[in-house]
Ligand binder design. Structure first.
Ligand code: 5GP
Ligand code: ZN
Length: 120
């Protein structure tokens, strides 16, 4: 049974209680477009299990984190990022208050598309 936090906005999105623009889904991951994008292409990949941040990731999460990182380039291309090296994308994992994290459910931002971007 996947851990679900009833007060977490991303757990509600994963459960379909809050609508989102889905990019990808499997048994353990969900990806969806950011509601206020910083770049022309901006989506997030999240584990379905409620892990508050990268600070709580341990050895038991290594396979999950590896899957997220190898999924990122595949989904980036599918979403319209141009291929490496002219194109590419940025991966960001804000962690904790000093890391600029606002939603406390681990999420990996994937951003790309032609510049300029709103942030970065
Ligand atoms: P953080 O600052 O925690 O790394 O990023 C959280 C991101 O979640 C922000 O970029 C914000 O725009 C996005 N976000 C917050 N609430 C929602 C929502 O209800 N739906 C979607 N699609 N994105 C959200
Ligand atoms: Zn959650």
């Amino acid at each position: 049974m996947t851990h679900h936090d009833p007060n977490c906005i991303f757990c509600k999105i994963i459960a379909g209680q809050i609508p989102s623009r889905k990019v990808y889904e499997d048994e353990e991951l969900y990806a969806f477009h950011d509601i206020s994008p910083w770049a022309p292409i901006h989506f997030m990949i999240v584990p379905k299990a409620h892990i508050p941040s990268l600070a709580q990731a341990g050895p038991e999460h290594e396979a999950l984190l590896g899957r997220i990182m190898s999924l990122a380039p595949k989904l980036a291309l599918e979403q319209g990022c141009r291929p490496y090296p002219e194109g590419g994308f940025r991966v960001v994992v804000n962690t904790g208050t000093d890391g600029g994290q606002e939603v406390h459910h681990l999420h990996v931002h994937v951003m790309g598309g032609p510049r300029p971007w709103l942030r970065g």
